[in-house]
Design a protein around this ligand. Structure first.
Ligand code: FAD
Ligand code: NAI
Length: 458
């Protein structure tokens, strides 16, 4: 007889492990399947390892430019093997922390690949390593994988000359020349790391701008800052083919160019992991590979929820966390919903780019009557005190008539630590006059938001 659980979670990334923990704490008998390593992409080959590397780059750059701050550092160099070794230690610590959390919460963890095989009167059946389990509720949290385009040479050289996020976070030798295909979030963070530690980096981006749907003005400012690190951006360039040592691309005028490269990073987006999951056996709806969910993280099948990258809403770890809570609350009978408009995002380059809510481009496209005010980061005392020769921007967008805050976009130090406050302003539907009453600590970079709010009329 298959063992029956209240909740079966498939996938042990940030979405899945948090859902399992919350469900167990809510008194549900919970089973979690993970086929690789607890912590998923985020802990093992995404958020955390990339931030560990970026912190090494930041430390290195600080040491290189320490004289600007009256500090003498001599013989500064980067030890890439040591950087990777430290990253591995960080990952190991955090993965064991997740394991301990699962144990502490009383979650049954099975380290196997699971697939849904149908529905019986007792629940959904799930099979792993030839063993069957039953779940009254299912939470699918299988995450995503790098998209691999049919560009000649890419598939053949994948994992070697052509890297995904997996290999680029494991490189023990610095490539002299790195070409990045795709100027989105992964491309920018990794370009920033490798350029900061000495590689010659070229980013090939097919659009005429970097950073995807980020507010264009602030994205362009980030590009200028990254160019100061020596990164070359080839915008409106289409990658045609890859052969070891060369990336071929088409320039906007139709001419072909060859970019010499020792390594290539492929970062053109990610695809939801739904293949081979057996979702068709219970009739779960998917759209272009991602599971279709509503704001309550419900699929079209009652009792089946999908959270994190696999539903394709916002492929971010903190989105997965909140979706985990929303799914568990709903299956426990406590109505809860996602409010995606107040979901912040951060690009952890140096400087950091952080955003929440509407961009100017979006407002124009949707015909929203908006007003915008912005200030240079040089209006922030702490920013000036800590950043020699750098600049940044804070931009706030409001609804012209209702005067509520629609979007906040920041380029500058600590912005990733500040943006949640702006998200709260959106979440609480604050008007400019409401948000002005918030007391910001001084001196902090966050005060720039307050300064910008006072640029608006009441
Ligand atoms: P995942 O983390 O992908 O976890 C899914 C898990 O399910 C995996 O462990 C997988 O092995 C397992 N699994 C899949 N199929 C099965 C199966 N059939 N049976 C059992 N187990 C299965 N987001 C941020 O918010 N901030 C960042 O700074 C950030 N940096 C990133 C940097 C990089 C390089 C990358 C690639 C991503 C980054 N992300 C970041 C995105 C973030 O990693 C994802 O949004 C997040 O990991 C999604 O969590 P998840 O739980 O949905 O899926
Ligand atoms: P992305 O969607 O952010 O960017 C992909 C870029 O590649 C786009 O600019 C696109 O125009 C470009 N592109 C697509 N096809 C191309 C081609 N053939 N040639 C040249 N350019 C091409 O995807 P990315 O960087 O792979 O990241 C995936 C996801 O991972 C992100 O969307 C984000 O959700 C998550 N992530 C989040 C991070 C964070 O929160 N700091 C860090 C890294 C990843």
């Amino acid at each position: 007889m298959a063992e029956i659980f209240d909740v079966i979670v498939i996938g042990g990334g940030p979405g899945g492990y948090l859902a399992a923990e919350r469900a167990a704490h809510a008194g549900k008998k919970t089973l979690l399947f993970e086929k690789n390593s607890l912590g998923g992409v985020c802990l093992n080959e995404g958020c955390i390892p990339s931030k560990a590397l970026l912190n090494s780059a930041k430390t290195y750059q600080h040491a290189l430019h320490a004289e600007q701050y009256g500090v003498k550092c001599e013989g500064v160099s980067i030890d890439q093997k040591a950087v990777i070794a430290r990253k591995r230690r960080v990952v190991k610590t955090l993965v064991s922390g997740v394991r301990a959390k699962m144990k502490g919460a009383g979650v049954t963890v099975v380290m196997e690949t699971a697939a849904v095989t149908g529905k019986t009167a007792e629940g959904f059946s799930v099979t792993a390593a030839g063993k069957a389990y039953l779940g009254k509720n299912l939470i699918i949290a299988t995450g995503s994988n790098p998209a691999v385009p049919p560009i000649p040479g890419v598939r053949e050289h994948l994992g070697q000359f052509v890297m995904t996020n997996r290999e680029v976070l494991e490189l023990e030798e610095l490539p002299k020349r790195l070409t990045v295909i795709g100027g989105g979030v992964i491309g920018l963070e990794m370009a920033a790391y490798y350029a900061a530690v000495g590689s010659a980096v070229t980013v090939v981006e097919m659009l005429d701008h970097i950073a995807g749907a980020t507010d264009r003005e602030i994205g362009t400012m980030l590009q200028r800052e990254l160019e100061k690190l020596g990164i070359t951006f080839l915008l409106s360039h289409k990658c045609l083919a890859v052969t070891p040592g060369i990336v071929e691309a088409e320039a906007p005028n139709g001419s072909k160019i060859s970019i010499p490269a020792d390594k290539v990073l492929l970062s053109i987006g990610r695809r939801a992991n739904t293949e081979g999951l057996g979702l068709e056996t219970i009739g779960v709806n998917c759209d272009r590979g991602a599971i279709v969910t509503d704001a309550m993280c419900r699929t079209n099948i009652p009792g089946v929820y999908a959270i994190g990258d696999v539903n394709g809403h916002h492929m971010l770890a903190h989105t997965a966390y909140r979706e985990a809570e929303v799914a568990v609350n709903n299956l426990c009978g406590k109505p809860d919903a996602m409010r995606y408009h107040a979901n912040p995002s951060v690009i952890y380059t140096q400087p950091e780019l952080s955003s929440v809510g509407r961009t100017e481009e979006e407002c124009k496209e949707k015909g929203i009557d908006y007003e915008v005010r912005k200030l240079s980061m040089l209006y922030s005392g702490r920013f000036v005190a800590e950043n020699e020769g750098c600049d940044g921007l804070c931009k706030v967008i409001i609804d012209k008539k209702k005067r509520n805050i629609l979007g906040v976009h920041l380029l500058g130090s600590y912005s990733g630590e500040i943006i949640w406050g702006a998200a709260e302003m959106l979440e609480m539907q604050m008007r400019v006059t409401d948000a002005r009453q918030i007391i910001f600590p001084h001196p902090t970079v966050s005060e720039i938001i307050r300064e910008v709010l006072w640029e608006f009329e009441d």
